[in-house]
Design a protein. Structure first.
Length: 334
């Protein structure tokens, strides 16, 4: 494992992943791993109130979530909806919400939502002005460098700086890229020191080596949001903080127990429904990268069609493959 070159401990957030980092994942993650200072719920959308959709209540239920370190996220272009969301989150004990201005999918972005709003700073400004003074709790933004071009940020910066945001998380891609290609390092460097809110870097931190690289490139950035790298290697945040003392076989055993418990709890919650299998496979599509033969692991897991086949594929992966802990490739399609 690479050692960390920075002496100041980074502050690390776990990025939200629709369909993957649900409340069960987040809670078990806290139990088995660590190193994460703040967690975000996958986004809520079409929000009316929390009693309207039973499946989503658990995502926000204060009996199931640590309200101190969990931030509910909303995808919306309606100030009233965000204000209402904030009020309900406040009642439940939360102190901060996050506004998603980063979702890149065309069906979202084409409707001027998520990253699609980034080409329209005037609309963002008018949403802020309706929210100003009316939000029951703190608001952070998670965005990209633009939708069509990184040049869009020049007009976004004064809009973001004009609102008392708790933090500004920037995934250093543009919306049009989806999750492909490289992050724009120099465009991100350009932002450092210019944002009023705490600037959080997000994008392609897949290993301690990557973290060391970005940390040297983005001097004075202390806040990091990590996503796919941590789904692939759940020890990544601890490793970035120099806190992990386990050897590879202990890591593999910890991940085995974690994945087993996650599957059981999801199955139980879904009354045995096979949708839990799909969710586990989605997580596996990242986790396989930490094994010494990702393709073998993925072939075994992918073909499982029922619970028995899944259990036996998982047993085979853990008994025949070794834990490597890095190697995630974002552009690889199987
Ligand atoms: C399947 C998937 C689901 C995602 N869901 C969300 C989401 O609900 N809210 C959000 O802000 N970002 C979402 N993201 C983006 C991630 O949180 C993160 O910003 C992105 O993966 C870049 O960080 P990384 O390179 O560390 O993974 C999602 C990404 C993927 C691939």
């Amino acid at each position: 494992m690479e050692s960390v070159t920075n002496s100041t401990e980074p502050i690390i957030y776990l990025g939200p992943f629709q369909g993957i980092t649900d409340v069960f994942y987040r809670n078990l993650f806290r139990q088995y791993f660590g190193g994460i200072d703040k967690y975000y719920t996958p986004f809520f959308t079409g929000f009316v109130n929390f009693s309207a959709g039973r499946a989503r209540i658990s995502e926000i239920d204060p009996d199931l979530n640590d309200v101190e370190t969990t931030v509910p996220q909303i995808l919306s272009k309606d100030a009233e909806e965000i204000i209402h969301f904030a009020e309900q989150c406040k009642v439940l004990g939360y102190s901060e919400i996050n506004w998603n201005l980063g979702c890149p999918y065309p069906r979202v972005a084409n409707k001027k939502r998520g990253s699609g709003l980034l080409s329209h700073p005037d609309i963002i400004e008018s949403i802020f002005s309706k929210m100003n003074g009316n939000l029951a709790l703190g608001l952070g933004v998670k965005c990209r460098l633009g939708y069509l071009s990184v040049d869009e940020f020049e007009n976004l910066l004064p809009v973001f700086n004009n609102f008392p945001l708790t933090e500004l998380t920037v995934h250093a891609r543009i919306g049009k890229q989806l999750y492909k290609g490289s992050v724009y390092e120099s465009a991100f460097v350009h932002l450092i020191g210019k944002t009023k809110a705490n600037l959080v870097y997000n994008g392609d931190v897949f290993s301690v080596k990557d973290y060391n690289h970005f940390n040297e490139t983005f001097e004075s950035v202390h806040y990091w949001m990590i996503g796919r790298g941590l789904l692939a290697n759940p020890f990544l945040a601890m490793e970035m903080k120099g806190l992990c003392r386990l050897d590879d076989s202990q890591k593999k055993e910890t991940v085995r127990k974690f994945m087993h418990e996650l599957f059981q709890i999801r199955l139980k919650n879904a009354n045995g429904n096979l949708s839990s299998l799909g969710r586990m496979k989605e997580l596996w599509s990242y986790l396989v990268w930490s094994f010494d033969s990702p393709l073998t692991a993925w072939r075994l897991i992918r073909k499982a069609r029922n619970l028995d086949e899944y259990e036996s594929a998982v047993n085979e992966v853990f008994s025949t493959l070794g834990w490597k802990g890095f190697g995630f490739e974002s552009d690889r399609s199987w």
